[in-house]
Design a protein around this ligand. Structure first.
Ligand code: PFF
Length: 455
């Protein structure tokens, strides 16, 4: 690679900068919007239990695999597979990742747009005073079904994402993530404490944290695994791409560990806000509880209305949620952009704009599918996009990455790459075992049962 090419690719300023940026990609709507829905749909605490195991044994394993391939090749997913195994079909795994990124970006930006609309509503005082369960549900349903507002929000989200990605790795992504992510964490922790102290919070806590093992089944495992990939931004080469900007001297193992830890903590806290608040709210019967796609948007205004200075907290919360979403949309757009820069020699700006426009168009049916258009709502377009891109293709991608590392590249070479950071890798035997057996076998079994799981 020429030095001019290297310069256009960019590098993180430090290990901490990488951890912030990668956590920025990982922490997002997946933690605060998607995680509570998955918990609600899949038996509550049992899902949380399986999810934590999935993160520890499988998510971490694949995260480290992606970072290692990325740093070794210093390339985007397509280029990385091609560099290690030239002229073989392995580069199709990279293409799969690029495609999955665009698919997720399209509907994820719709939800980020909802957060934007909610920021506006909160600032305009819609949630001042007592917020009941009925009001909260009605406000969301009405908002999600108004096409003009939703499409405008979608346009703004993809527009801002495109602008930041055009700015390049250090100028754009890093500066953005470093300041605002810690603030989000503090605010969620604060809201969690409030939710826990609501009268009647206990039912929510036991739903969330007391597992009933008879509820364990393949569906729970499938969605817990899918959620762990989605939440950690794995299976489509995002972490591979971010890994390609890491310096050879940095410790990949602890970096991966920190990202997994901070991501899980935020999801966990989001659940602590949602379930106690939900079950402590009059008008909602826990036995009849069926989470909808708008769960978070129905619950957060309620807890926010119950704290002194709720107005300011509400505004701040939605600003930070949008930032968390944007650091993730940025990473989703970065994968196809890096591919076009590296492989097709496009200019960064052109690449980002072309993919941005395409994702916007692809996002339109998702945007209209939560009440905006009857046919699309009936088909549950956004839900289907999430199932296919956010669960199935990420799991398939993660599986192929495992197989690639073990059988095409070779564990010894991967370990040598990890060792260049000069580290003691105590979990090495566990990582190798998980990579060779546990992760691929679990994913294969889950994918075989997919038809019965998803009906
Ligand atoms: N991890 C992000 C979240 O939890 O919100 C979503 C995401 C970003 C998924 C990047 C996949 C990805 F490659």
């Amino acid at each position: 690679m020429s030095s001019a090419d290297m310069k256009d690719r960019g590098k993180w300023g430090s290990k901490i900068a990488f951890i912030f940026a990668a956590s920025g990609s990982a922490i997002g709507l997946g933690n605060i919007w998607r995680f509570p829905i998955m918990v609600g749909l899949n038996g509550g605490a049992i899902f949380v239990f399986v999810y934590i195991l999935a993160i520890f044994f499988i998510g971490f394993t694949i995260m480290l695999a992606e970072l290692t391939i990325g740093r070794h090749t210093q390339k985007n997913p397509v280029g990385a597979f091609e560099a290690i195994k030239p002229r073989t079909p392995w580069k199709l795994v990279g293409y799969l990742g690029v495609m999955t990124g665009v698919g997720i970006l399209s509907y994820y930006s719709v939800v980020a747009g909802w957060a934007m609309g909610y920021l506006y509503k909160t600032a305009a005082g819609v949630f001042r005073g007592e917020v009941t369960w009925e009001l909260s549900q009605e406000t969301f349903a009405r908002f999600a079904a108004s096409p003009a507002e939703i499409l405008l929000c979608l346009f703004i989200v993809i527009g801002v994402t495109t602008l930041v990605v055009s700015g390049g790795v250090r100028g754009g992504i890093e500066r953005f993530a470093k300041v605002l992510m810690p603030l989000l964490f503090v605010l969620i922790a604060f809201l969690a404490v409030r939710a826990l102290t609501l009268p009647g919070a206990g039912t929510g806590i036991s739903f969330y944290l007391r597992p009933e093992f008879e509820k364990l089944n393949t569906k729970v495992i499938f969605f817990a695994l899918g959620q762990s990939f989605f939440s950690l931004s794995l299976g489509m080469g995002t972490m591979l791409t971010y890994g390609s900007y890491i310096s050879k001297r940095d410790n990949l193992v602890s970096s991966a560990g920190w990202v997994c830890f901070s991501d899980t903590l935020v999801a966990f806290l989001a659940g602590i806000v949602v379930f106690p608040t939900l079950f402590a709210t009059p008008g909602l019967h826990p036995e009849q509880f069926q989470p909808s796609i708008g769960l978070m948007f129905q619950v957060f205004p309620i807890v926010i209305s119950k704290i002194p200075g709720g107005y300011i907290f509400g505004v701040l919360f939605f600003i930070l949620l949008i930032v968390a979403a944007l650091t993730s949309t940025i990473s989703l757009l970065e994968v196809p952009t890096a591919f076009l820069i590296d492989e097709k020699k496009w200019r960064r700006k052109t690449a980002a704009v072309v993919i941005g426009v395409f994702s916007f168009v692809l996002g339109i049916p998702s945007a209209l599918s939560v009440g905006g258009s009857q046919a699309l709502s009936k088909f549950n377009f956004l839900g289907k996009m999430d199932l296919v891109f956010g669960n199935i293709l990420l799991a398939a991608g993660a599986l192929l990455i495992c197989i690639f590392l073990v059988y095409a590249w070779g564990i010894a070479k991967a370990l040598a790459e990890i060792a260049s950071g000069n580290i003691r890798f105590r979990l090495k035997p566990l990582w190798v075992f998980n990579l060779k057996f546990l992760a691929p076998l679990t994913i294969i079994i889950i994918l075989i049962f997919i038809k019965t799981i998803t009906g």
